[in-house]
Unconditional design. Structure first.
Length: 99
């Protein structure tokens, strides 16, 4: 005689609305990491409960187009010695007010 034990996980369904592109990209990244999107979201929720905080990070090394353009502009200005240096907040504020 065999005894069969079935352990049903007490689960519920959460329905969220998200952009289709966001969902597909998230599914691909999760799959690349060997996870399901559901497992990834569950992990996030458990971390959220444990830390009582939300952490978002931006992947370093891939600046937005705006940031990349701003960095190019800043580098060009610095190379042309077209910048200002201040010894403190008052000096910087006075410079801004003059403009």
């Amino acid at each position: 005689m065999y005894k069969v034990y079935i352990n049903f996980m007490n689960t519920t369904v959460i329905n969220i609305k998200t952009d289709l592109k966001v969902k597909r990209e998230a599914q691909k990244i999760a799959a690349d990491l060997g996870l399901t999107l559901s497992g990834t979201i569950n992990g996030f929720l458990k971390q959220f409960i444990r830390n009582k905080a939300v952490f978002f990070t931006l992947q370093e090394g891939i600046p937005s187009d705006y940031l990349a353009e701003s960095l190019k502009e800043s580098t060009k200005e610095r190379n042309n010695k077209n910048y200002h240096s201040f010894k403190g907040n008052k000096e910087a504020t006075a410079f801004i007010k003059k403009k």
